[in-house]
Ligand binder design. Structure first.
Ligand code: ZN
Length: 138
């Protein structure tokens, strides 16, 4: 694959340098059969160094999850070899099934089938709290 010319796929740009493997694992990119390129320590005017991930397929990425990991990532959508959309991420207001409540007295530790849902309660300091018991996510 020519990493400079994806035809149809997505490019995750502005990943903090060194964070690309974490995102690779998180999005389970190892399960894809298409080409995936990780480019590390690219010089960036804005960030000094950054990582880039190029995925050569129309992957449906969970932008909330990605925004939770790193809200500064830019998601570029490529169609027919051209950039058609640039999505800027933000911290999601709510995350479901991503964080686990560790409070032993929380209802989620009794009712095992309940989804673990956390709400962003303080955007400036990135605090998420369990919607059932208000325990802070670690
Ligand atoms: Zn809880």
């Amino acid at each position: 694959m020519n990493i400079d010319s994806i035809q149809n796929g997505i490019v995750l740009d502005h990943i903090k340098a060194g964070k690309s493997m974490e995102i690779y694992n998180f999005l389970q990119l190892d399960k894809l059969s298409c080409s995936v390129a990780i480019i590390k320590n690219v010089n960036s005017r804005k960030m000094g160094k950054k990582d880039i991930i190029k995925i050569d397929t129309n992957l449906d990425v969970d932008l909330d999850v990605l925004g939770y990991i790193d809200p500064d990532i830019t998601v570029n959508i490529i169609r027919g070899g051209a950039l058609v959309e640039k999505k800027h991420l933000k911290l999601p207001a709510q995350v479901k099934g991503l964080l686990k409540c560790k409070n032993p007295r929380c209802i989620t530790s009794v009712e095992r089938e309940l989804p673990h849902i956390f709400k962003l309660t303080n955007p400036s300091s990135r605090v998420y709290r369990c919607i059932y018991c208000e325990a802070k996510a670690e």
